[in-house]
Design a protein around this ligand. Structure first.
Ligand code: NAP
Length: 315
């Protein structure tokens, strides 16, 4: 029986683990198939405060993990197949470790950027294919970029990337954009953005030094062509990793966990959520880490039998 279990080892989960461990709550941290989360698939992180020269994503996550271990957090690797949140202690069924019980639970399983699933795409992540303009845009100064997608994320990323690129071409599979009018208008007014609509991406084209083009098919004519580019930003949405919860926690219509405003409390007392699994707006390592800290503090209050939602009563 654990006092607290943290599921997920991105910046939010590891920050929660550091705080819980320093509060002497000996948390168990369960890491899944992508230990370290999305930052382990990026190269250099230049916007995490405290690293003036930048730091490689995997190294940053490794440091956070060591910091949690130093204060007594334990780690187990395995897929969480099932959870039972109907009563406390909560029960977790973890692949390779059987059933675990805990008085409190922090969910920090993140969200996964959707990929196109086309040839050469995965192999070129970090070599010109990216799913995060804020993280990687800076590396494309003076270069040509493609953004794939027609939603608000694609419009936002395209607009942002014009700060760095000479040309940003939006490639979208339909003639109509899905994005809100205001976001579309802003992108259309940006003279550096060009458009390839009604084009389905077929394959990432790359050479020794990374991405050189994107092969697309024109859906009206069936004609295939290679659009030359130095980078491809895939902005077709994210999927929050909540499937294992089997609907036991409240989510919004897109599957993100709902927390009480200003806290990390879910609809079940003793279950907290932090990081991208409850945030489709900011999605940054630093905001995830901040919410991980909040989750640990909320969890501590809960375990002490104090109200979480009203700190004025707790203090
Ligand atoms: P989204 O609205 O689901 O849009 C995804 C886009 O990617 C769609 O245009 C879709 O095409 C395309 N797409 C999906 N799968 C594809 C595939 N396999 N191949 C090619 N194209 C594919 O996702 P999002 O843009 O990330 O936005 C998610 C939510 O966050 C939305 O509610 C959005 O309003 C919100 N958001 C808001 C802001 C803001 O207000 N500042 C910024 C970002 C996101 P189809 O159109 O053909 O389906």
């Amino acid at each position: 029986m654990y006092k607290s279990i943290v599921i997920g080892t991105g910046p939010s989960g590891l920050t929660a683990a550091i705080y819980l461990a320093r509060a002497n709550l000996q948390p168990l941290v369960i890491e899944g198939p992508e230990p370290g989360g999305q930052l382990t698939t990026t190269t250099e992180v230049e916007n995490f405060p405290g690293f003036p020269e930048g730091i490689m994503g995997p190294e940053l996550m490794d440091n956070m993990r060591k910091q949690a271990e130093r204060f007594g957090a334990q780690f187990k690797t395995g897929w969480v197949n099932k959870v039972d949140l109907s009563q406390r202690p909560f029960k977790l069924s973890v692949e390779g470790h059987g059933e675990l019980e805990t008085e409190s639970l922090i969910i920090s399983t993140g969200a996964s950027a959707k990929l196109l699933g086309i040839g050469n795409e995965k192999d070129n992540i970090g070599r010109g294919v990216s799913t995060c303009a804020t993280c990687d845009g800076f590396f494309f100064r003076g270069k040509k970029i493609i953004v794939v997608g027609g939603g608000d994320s694609a419009m936002e990323e395209a607009h942002f990337l014009t700060k760095f690129a000479t040309e940003v071409r939006v490639v979208h599979r339909r003639n109509e954009l899905r994005a809100s009018k205001i976001m579309q208008d802003r992108a259309r007014e940006n003279g550096k953005i060009t458009w390839s609509l009604n084009q389905t991406p077929l394959e990432v084209v790359s050479g020794d030094r990374g991405v050189t083009g994107l092969k697309v098919k024109d859906n009206a004519t069936g004609k295939e062509e290679i659009i030359e580019t130095d980078g491809i930003f895939v902005a077709i949405g994210h999927t929050p990793n909540t499937k294992f919860l089997d609907g036991q926690l409240q989510t919004d219509e897109t599957g993100y966990l709902i927390v009480k405003p200003g806290t990390t409390e879910t609809n079940i007392p003793g279950v907290f959520a932090c990081g991208d699994v409850q945030d489709q707006k900011y999605r940054q390592a630093i905001t995830a880490a901040g919410s991980g800290c909040m989750a640990a503090l909320d969890c501590e209050k809960f375990l002490e039998g104090m109200p979480v939602h009203d700190w004025s009563q707790a203090l």
